[in-house]
Design a protein around this ligand. Structure first.
Ligand code: ADP
Ligand code: MG
Length: 754
């Protein structure tokens, strides 16, 4: 998570002293409860325990000083550090090494084993440039000798640097990985090399830092260590003492010092895995405040005034109309939703449910409760196809209940649109199903009570906010079929109530998933043909990769043509892709649904929600390019009817590749939550969510995959703390408040729902 922008949120207000105050003043109310404005911060609170108590002129606390205050940092260095997101002294202190070298033991050359990563010392016995004819490039070779043997060194770059800096006979300290040479002999390629001084403190664990190219690792280390020496004791402990004691967390300043200057008995393996006690303290500190901030914000939304909605006759009637019984999970979630809606505060609930878990009907129950209380409902879906499908699914139910429902998408003609606007504004339409068209200028509801957002991950925060503005603090119900692992949900949606639909309606047939290598394409086609011959239908999907949208489109288009002319010449092949107009798309989908196409070639437009029970096989091309969560979504297009189904993943991979292992997960489990966990572990949170609108806070040290246990603990501790002191009024809490504002105000907005 070391992004150069990573720290901007924190650093934003602190580089210039004056700015800090005004920023805080402006943003405080969003985070803190309006009914109890934050007590004016005492100087000590604001500045940590290090602030001079008798200072008259407001000066930025030392940790907020520009890095230029640190020894060895001038304007040029400062500018280089800024590119790493390091602007203040504090940023430097949180610039944690990403790796550690164990130099406590300097091995003798004769004891080196191939594969060791270790320190060696010796004398330079030879050093020269050589042209490698086979690889057509120059390399720098050296030989280092100690009393026990010879070690060969090789550099592809930086020849001049090494030749100028080192002479024959000079004593050096090396650190690197031992490789096997071609003719026996041991090699190190691009080892770290330093001149060995007589009194060198070589016996130590050496931290390695991320740095810019202009800087040497040693220079970066010197700068950070300069900051540590001078400032680290001014870092005040963020986490309350009693929690530290309970969890055996070392004080923050000691932890930071250990991370930068590990003691001689440090466990290097733990340091490298970021699981050392020092890491634990720093990570917990970070996560505790995140959770505290989230909890506060959630409480504030919950306290806002909202509508009180109570289920009535419509909800009773629906039970008699539904052709099936709700699953226990559906009952449970509906119950939770009703409770939220009844409270006189806005609901903010996210329902996570695997594909096919029956979210639509759950949402419909919520809609009926709103109608029962005399309000209107908006039901927003991310695509035309999906909006239309919801409209069609719900129409028979709405008709039986005598409800007026309308469809509002971008495809609707302007004249009809104006009509619909009028109906909504006069309250003559009770349910509006639609796309973004629902939140365009001009759309006004008479009394919107509930806004439902399907596949919420497809919408940005702004769009949800816009939807909310259509009413007077309506209840919000978010649906998502991308199950989010709990750790991620706690981080991203710590301020939402989350329910899981963790049970599928009965009678679903299993889906068998198989991975095929590109070379087995014919076999895959044959499997597809078998299904079609049994009267079923098939999808072939080209998942869309953003950067190459056009080429994928081409691939899908030409593939449709090719399949129609060759292997599937006896059948009808349809094509649907994202560039088609809504009505064209719709026509193709309708034909497929009606069984007129046997095979549907598509880009990922079919990803969400499409329901064709007779489709029993799906082929996914280039499966290796996609996240497991997305593959899982696509797979959910089959297995919707009474017949057993197949999901065939066509992929390119080398045996034992990570992509092969990843795809293997798909064959092993059908549980969306397990798949999401695996996906998150493979790809990391940024990619898992898609960085652009992920809303992931930037962490300085924490990593929610690695630190998931600590995250849970941090959440528990934060909630317990707030239970005891809801308004953060005790002296200890006031300090928490100050730290919280300093770190998260402004940043937490990112994760807000609307
Ligand atoms: P998703 O959660 O993927 O949006 P849907 O709401 O589209 O799932 O539901 C998938 C299918 O399951 C629909 O055809 C729906 O009618 C059906 N369904 C929903 N709940 C039940 C249930 N309790 N019993 C049987 N079928 C159900
Ligand atoms: Mg759905």
């Amino acid at each position: 998570m070391v992004k150069s922008t990573g720290k901007r949120g924190m650093a934003g207000g602190k580089s210039k002293g004056g700015e800090v105050e005004s920023r805080k003043a402006a943003e405080t109310p969003r985070l803190f409860d309006r009914s109890s404005p934050p007590a004016p911060l005492s100087k000590e609170g604001e500045k940590g325990n290090a602030a001079p108590a008798r200072s008259f002129r407001p000066r930025p606390p030392p940790l907020k000083n520009s890095v230029q205050y640190v020894k060895g940092v001038g304007p040029r260095r400062a500018e280089q550090l800024a590119r790493l997101g390091i602007e203040t002294v504090e940023d430097l202190l949180y610039h944690i090494p990403f790796r550690y070298q164990d130099r406590r033991e300097i091995k003798q050359i004769c004891h080196l084993q191939v594969g060791d990563e270790t320190a060696v010392s010796g004398q330079i016995a030879r050093m020269e440039r050589r042209f490698l004819a086979r690889r057509r490039r120059w390399v720098l070779e050296a030989v280092v000798r100690d009393e026990t043997g010879f070690l060969f060194l090789l550099w592809y770059h930086q020849h001049r640097y090494f030749q100028q800096r080192y002479q024959l006979g000079q004593r050096v300290l090396l650190y690197g990985k031992v490789e096997k040479g071609m003719k026996g002999g041991k090699w190190m390629i691009h080892p770290d090399m330093e001149p060995l001084e007589e009194d060198d403190e070589t016996a130590r664990v050496l931290p390695i830092y991320n740095k810019t190219t202009e800087m040497t690792v040693a220079a970066m280390r010197r700068i950070v260590h300069g900051a540590v020496d001078r400032y680290v004791d001014q870092v005040s402990n963020g986490v309350p003492q009693e929690i530290c004691e309970r969890l055996h967390l070392m004080p923050l300043n000691r932890a930071l010092r250990q991370l930068h200057v590990p003691s001689l008995d440090a466990e290097v393996v733990e340091l490298n895995e970021a699981t050392s006690q020092a890491h634990r303290a720093v990570v917990f500190d970070e996560l505790f405040y995140l959770q505290l901030g989230m909890a506060l914000r959630r409480r504030n939304t919950v306290r806002e005034e909202g509508l009180s909605i109570v289920p009535g006759p419509l909800v009773q009637q629906i039970y008699g109309i539904l052709p099936f019984q709700l699953t226990a999970a559906q009952e449970r979630v509906v119950e939770a939703i009703f409770q939220d809606m009844a409270a006189p505060h806005p609901m903010n609930r996210l329902v996570q449910g695997d594909v096919g878990s029956g979210k639509t009907i759950v949402a419909f129950f919520a809609a009926l409760a709103a109608l029962d209380s005399g309000y209107q409902v908006a039901f927003m879906a991310p695509t035309e196809l999906l909006a239309e499908q919801h409209y069609r699914t719900l129409t028979p139910l709405a008709e039986q209940l005598g409800l007026s429902m309308t469809l509002l998408t971008g495809e609707i003609r302007p004249k009809r649109k104006q009509e619909i606007y009028g109906l909504l504004e006069r309250g003559e339409v009770e349910i509006a199903v639609g796309t973004h068209a629902l939140i365009q200028e001009g759309v006004r509801f008479r009394h919107l009570g509930l806004a439902i957002v399907d596949e919420q991950h497809r919408f940005g925060v702004m769009q949800r906010a816009a939807l909310r503005k259509r009413g007077a603090n309506p209840d919000i119900l978010l649906l998502t079929a991308t199950p989010i692992p709990r750790t991620l949900a706690l981080t991203l949606y710590g301020d939402l109530d989350v329910s899981a639909l963790d049970e599928r309606p009965p009678g679903r047939k299993p889906i068998t998933t198989q991975v095929f290598h590109e070379g087995e394409r014919k076999k895959v086609y044959q499997l597809v043909k078998d299904q079609i011959e049994q009267g079923h239908q098939a999808y072939v999907v080209y998942p869309l990769v953003e950067e190459s949208e056009k080429s994928d489109l081409k691939a899908a288009t030409s593939m449709a043509k090719e399949l129609a002319q060759t292997f599937f010449a006896d059948y009808s092949v349809g094509l649907v892709h994202g560039r088609m107009k809504g009505n064209e798309k719709d026509a193709v989908m309708q034909r497929f649904k009606a069984g007129q196409h046997h095979l549907l070639v598509s880009t990922t437009v079919i990803e969400v929600g499409i329901d064709v029970p007779n489709a029993t096989v799906i082929v996914i091309e280039h499966a290796e390019r996609f996240g497991l969560a997305q593959l899982h979504q696509l797979r959910g297009r089959v297995g919707r009817g009474q017949a057993a189904s197949l999901c065939l993943l066509l992929a390119q991979y080398a045996p034992g590749d990570e992509s092969q292992r990843r795809l293997q997960v798909m064959t092993e489990t059908d549980d969306g939550f397990k798949i999401a966990e695996a996906d998150l572990a493979f790809r990391g949170p940024g990619e898992f969510l898609g960085t652009r609108q992920s809303g992931m806070p930037d962490f300085r040290v924490a990593n929610i995959v690695r630190d998931s246990k600590l995250l849970e603990t941090a959440r528990d501790e934060a909630l317990t703390w707030l239970e005891r002191d809801p308004n953060l009024t005790t002296p200890e809490s006031r300090r928490l408040r100050a730290v919280l504002e300093d770190r998260w105000v402004g940043r937490l907005e990112l994760a807000r729902v609307g």
